[in-house]
Design a protein around this ligand. Sequence first.
Ligand SMILES: NC(=O)C1=CN([C@@H]2O[C@H](COP(=O)(O)OP(=O)(O)OC[C@H]3O[C@@H](n4cnc5c(N)ncnc54)[C@H](OP(=O)(O)O)[C@@H]3O)[C@@H](O)[C@H]2O)[C@H](O)CC1
Ligand SMILES: [K+]
Length: 506
Amino acid sequence: MNRPFSAKDHLPAQLFSVAQIRELDRQTIAAQGDDGFTLMHEAATSALSVLQHHWVDARKITVIAGPGNNGGDAFILAALAFECGIRVRVFTLGDLTKQTSAAQKALNMAVQTGISIERLSTASDLSGDVLVDGLLGTGLSSEPRDEFAQAIAAINAADIPVLALDVPSGLNADSGVVYGPVVKADVTITFIGVKRGLLTASGPDVCGALELAELSVIDSAHANIVADAERISWARLHDEMRGLAPRRGNAHKGHFGHVLVIGGESGFGGAAMMAVEAAGRIGAGLVSCATRPEHVPALLTRRPEVMALGVNSGLELAPAIQRATILAIGPGLGQTSWSELLLQQVLGAQQPVVLDADALNLLASPGWHCEFSERVAVLTPHPGEAARMLGMTVTEVQTDRFASARLLAQRYQAVVVLKGQGSLIADPSGRVALCTDGNPGMSCGGMGDVLTGVIAALLAQGLNAWDAACLGVCCHSAAADVAVADAGVRGLLATDLMPILRELIN
Ligand SMILES: NC(=O)C1=CN([C@@H]2O[C@H](COP(=O)(O)OP(=O)(O)OC[C@H]3O[C@@H](n4cnc5c(N)ncnc54)[C@H](OP(=O)(O)O)[C@@H]3O)[C@@H](O)[C@H]2O)[C@H](O)CC1
Ligand SMILES: [K+]
């Protein structure tokens, strides 16, 4: 099996907010005592080498330069490219009278080389081997204004490879949200640090291959800037061996915990089954399942290893809870009075608990609020469940996924996994990790149930809530990456992951 390699593993772990990057930039420029032109020149130099690395024989490039320092980067890149024999055309946009002094110097540098510099118009011929997007960077403040929106549409319509400088124009580099038109880049060279929005929400869809040029800025620690989030992936965690200890010969099943999965309201028995199977495949010593009696025969047929208990009321659940070391409630739980009785039993227990799906929807409903400061807990909402739990719309949750994940972890005093592209793990202290594994094939029924079982099994084997959530999310997503590597994204089924989970965790 090809070991999954997250396409982002060449990047450092630190992820910064835009404000942090701009502060680093400001402090560096102040230390350098110039207007930022030195840093801009360094950015452009590294951008040109990235261009020549990806498009070795580029002979003709078109550069789109905006009115800010992102445009400044583009002007210098144009001048440098021209000086090494590449044919260059530059199109500018926006009010150049607002340029910073560094950007003005950059424009003059391009003018002095004799490059043709024209205002971008609908008639502009955007041709060449590579198109450089220097329109908007971290200064984007809202939906691109009309002439910028038109320019972005023209860039995408030009149908030639695009190198985006710092950020694909139109993408909010802080949240990964796009408000409207956005450049779809083949390669993005980002400067100083990886902005957190490049790796979550829509960021990965529009960045293409992501490169980092750290430039000679002051060290973030020196500027007492602590990275806003950390990037994790299966490959990275695997290398750091933040995984499970190897198994000793005289082990027995009691060493590896006993997971009790609670769920499977009438008609949703499959969800509980998938969580059960995933927990077994990740190595829980024992797995039990409390579900509607009608699902027990099917469950035992599929997985005779599981201890299946048909329950009609919460009271029947009590003995099963007593025997378990880890509880996982939610897969197919439903929101009926049966569901509520079971949730009440679980909330009254002490074991570490994973709450997913309808357990979260119930928690979000009035009269249910509770918090887990005295208990090991992992909550695994998708944006819709997160929205209900926060009393927000999904759009609001997605507008700043980092804030939403932190808010949930704070409010519930638990480790929270906010699923989606670039899944986030947050803990009550505000710590956030971003997983760069995974693919769109995962948005299919059952994937969440599998993740619930994975995380529960890692808790059962002794990992703390943070490590179980991080390792579980990466293992689950990496398994999906392996599954689609051969057969493609469409038609991935949650149960396809089962054998791969076992291989990865070993
Ligand atoms: N900070 C760094 O790490 C480095 C930054 N460099 C490069 O500089 C940009 C950031 O430059 P900045 O000038 O702050 O901002 P931008 O160039 O991204 O854009 C600002 C201009 O764009 C206009 N703008 C903003 N939002 C919109 C919009 N929605 N529609 C249209 N136009 C917009 C804005 O005008 P306003 O009137 O809106 O203020 C500005 O004119 C960074 O991305 C790097 O590429 C350094 O060169 C290297 C280090
Ligand atoms: K850009």
